[in-house]
Write a protein that binds this ligand. Structure first.
Ligand code: F6R
Length: 243
């Protein structure tokens, strides 16, 4: 695992966007796994700026979601499908057909999870998977004590994660769904390159346990230690509890 400390979130966004641009120059139809939440937004803005300036051609890029709320209609502004369309697909100028995600409104949720794992595999696997980290150490929505071998499946959000995400729902925790579909930790570990960005002191404890603690299901992000090509990019705040 490589740990890179950057001065701030903007610098982290630039660094990771440049890595994604370099990948797209090498492999124009790369499959990019994208996370949602606040942390990756500077990455998407920096990558879109490179596309607009002509520094990279993303027209053949493919994008896939990491997770999705269960029960929100696909058109809900906070469904992760809507967020990825708004923050990634449209700014990069990709077609909606270049983008895939799990179906959080399927009647057969388990079937939708299995279909998504199969679709990722049929697409040739994820080339670069972006990850954020929860204050409780989750990646995707693999909450503490998720199996390190888990596949895409339905999970129940912890109270802490629902509190953390209430800001996307007007601060009203009652609006935050209880369930999500998330790529499993085993699924995430199949991506060729994992890139985790963490910013702010609120993530410092989770980052320290991820990087310097034992590999343990109680800190799902610690599974990155098992991956042959994992990069953890942290700003000064998120790095503040590293030894
Ligand atoms: C969302 C996801 C989550 C977030 C995490 C941090 O797709 O994968 O693991 O990355 O909850 O969220 P923010 O960045 O909003 O602090």
């Amino acid at each position: 695992m490589e740990v890179v400390i950057v001065p701030d979130a903007a610098a982290g966004g630039e660094l990771i966007a440049e890595a994604m641009a370099a990948l797209l120059r090498r492999k124009p139809d790369a499959l990019l796994g994208v996370a949602t939440g606040s942390t990756p937004l500077p990455i998407y803005q920096a990558l879109a700026a490179r596309v607009r300036s002509g520094a990279v051609d993303a027209s053949r890029a493919r994008v896939c979601q990491l997770d999705e709320y269960v029960g929100l209609p696909a058109g809900h502004p906070e469904s992760y499908r809507s967020v990825v369309l708004r923050e990634v697909v449209e700014p990069l100028g990709l077609s909606a057909g270049s983008f895939m995600g799990p179906d959080g409104s399927a009647d057969d949720v388990q079937g939708a999870c299995e279909a998504y794992d199969a679709a990722l595999s049929d697409a040739g696997g994820v080339d670069l998977q972006l990850l954020g980290i929860g204050t409780d150490g989750h990646i995707g929505f693999n909450e503490p004590c998720s199996s390190l071998a888990s596949r895409t499946r339905i999970k129940t959000l912890t109270d802490q994660t629902r509190v953390d995400n209430a800001r996307f729902f007007g601060g009203d925790i009652a609006q935050v769904p209880h369930h999500v579909i998330t790529q499993g930790i085993g699924t995430i570990l199949e991506a060729r390159h994992l890139v985790l960005l963490a910013t702010g002191e609120g993530k410092a404890e989770a980052v320290a346990q991820t990087v310097e603690g034992p590999v343990a299901a109680v800190v799902p992000a610690s599974a990155l230690q098992l991956h042959p090509h994992a990069t953890v990019v942290v700003d000064e705040g998120a790095a503040s509890k590293l030894k």
